[in-house]
Design a protein around this ligand. Structure first.
Ligand code: SAM
Ligand code: SF4
Length: 335
């Protein structure tokens, strides 16, 4: 659907749990408050929100968390969302810890893409950053996913890490994954949300300069890679592309196409603000059982969502921290 700024909103990220099996320092270093199960949307409720979203023009769903693969039945949820008329793609973002063991079920579910978050290839730095010495497990999940024919992207938050033992900066080694495997590696500017505020954002204009120095033959890649704001580059000899997602130094709010659904049913329209609506009262009071578009409860859900999405803010204000109203951590928003 078109919002009040004329943007086509066709993408919804869905956090299916706040819980996670890692403790990334910039996301949830101390874990999360244990929410009662009744506060979390059931898969049936998520399905209803997605059917209403599809009627409003949402075409791509991204399953996120916390860590989505820690919630039982995640691959089967993906399979059921793929059957919703109007939904063209359902993808997942995961930290990769449980990826290998879920690959068969994700294949069966027909997931359209797997994003694996991985910020460093240095084992010590990985353990320091995530709280767990599990780099090998993540890498094994990535390799097996590529071998099994999934469309894989590696997402790395750009962090000022120490030089690796071999003397190169972390991003160079991560970029090497796109040479070794047919996958895209995307670097993401840290956003001042939750614990992310305590980290310095790497300016992607500067990272781009470094990339051009290391890969002088690098060229813009204009092919469509997905549904998001990444700008891609091709390096001769690489099987995949390199991408930059630069929310701070390359503000792309004018092209923003997304909304977010938290695990507790809050429909959120911009990362920067608390703006949005709690859908639980609508989901739990109204009789939304029927899938027919004329059914009254479903119409009410559509109406509330449409009104909220229409009012999506025009731009974030990360450059003016005093105006940021979002107080939640990224783990409950889903990234
Ligand atoms: N656990 C899953 C994962 O790590 O992919 C899904 C949830 S996680 C919150 C989604 C993404 O948000 C991850 O790629 C993570 O690195 C990113 N993220 C977390 N905090 C961030 C921040 N302050 N700025 C930018 N990205 C952030
Ligand atoms: Fe967990 Fe993902 Fe947050 Fe890391 S970024 S703590 S893996 S939710």
């Amino acid at each position: 659907m078109i919002d009040s700024f004329g943007r086509n909103i066709d993408y919804m990220r869905i956090s299916i749990t706040d819980r996670c099996n890692l403790r990334c320092r910039y996301c949830m270093p101390d874990g999360v408050e244990w929410l009662p199960m009744e506060d979390i949307l059931s898969y049936e409720e998520i399905g209803r929100v997605c059917r209403a979203a599809a009627r409003l023009g949402i075409r791509h769903l991204k399953i996120t968390g916390g860590e989505p693969l820690v919630r039982k039945g995640c691959p089967e949820l993906i399979g059921s969302l793929k059957n919703i008329p109007g939904i063209e793609a359902v993808t997942i973002t995961t930290n990769g810890i449980l990826l290998e063991q879920h690959l068969d079920r994700l294949k069966l579910a027909g997931v359209d893409g797997i994003n694996v978050s991985l910020d460093t290839l240095d084992r010590r730095q990985f353990a320091d950053l995530t709280g767990f010495d599990r780099l090998d497990q993540v890498l094994s999940g990535i390799r097996r996913a590529v071998d099994a024919g999934f469309k894989v992207k590696v997402n790395a938050v750009s962090l000022k890490l120490d030089r690796d033992k071999d003397g190169s900066y972390g991003w160079e080694r991560l970029a090497g994954l796109a040479r070794e495997y047919p996958l895209d590696v995307r670097f993401i500017e840290m956003m001042p949300i939750g614990y992310g505020k305590q980290f310095e954002t790497v300016d992607h204009q500067k990272l781009l300069e470094q990339m051009r120095q290391v890969f002088p033959d690098m060229e813009m890649d204009t092919a469509k890679h997905g549904f998001g704001p990444a700008v891609y580059y091709r390096v001769p000899g690489f099987q995949g592309s390199l991408g930059l997602i630069s929310a701070i130094h390359g503000k792309f709010c004018g092209q923003c196409n997304r909304v977010r659904l938290t695990s507790t049913g809050y429909l959120k329209t911009c990362l920067c603000y608390e703006d949005g609506v709690d859908l639980r009262p609508v989901l739990r009071v109204a009789d939304t059982g029927a899938e027919d578009g004329t059914e009254s409860g479903c119409q009410e859900l559509c109406r509330v969502m449409e009104q909220t999405i229409y009012g999506k803010p025009g731009a974030h204000c990360f450059e003016e921290p005093e105006r940021i109203t979002e107080g939640h951590n990224m783990s409950s928003i889903g990234g």
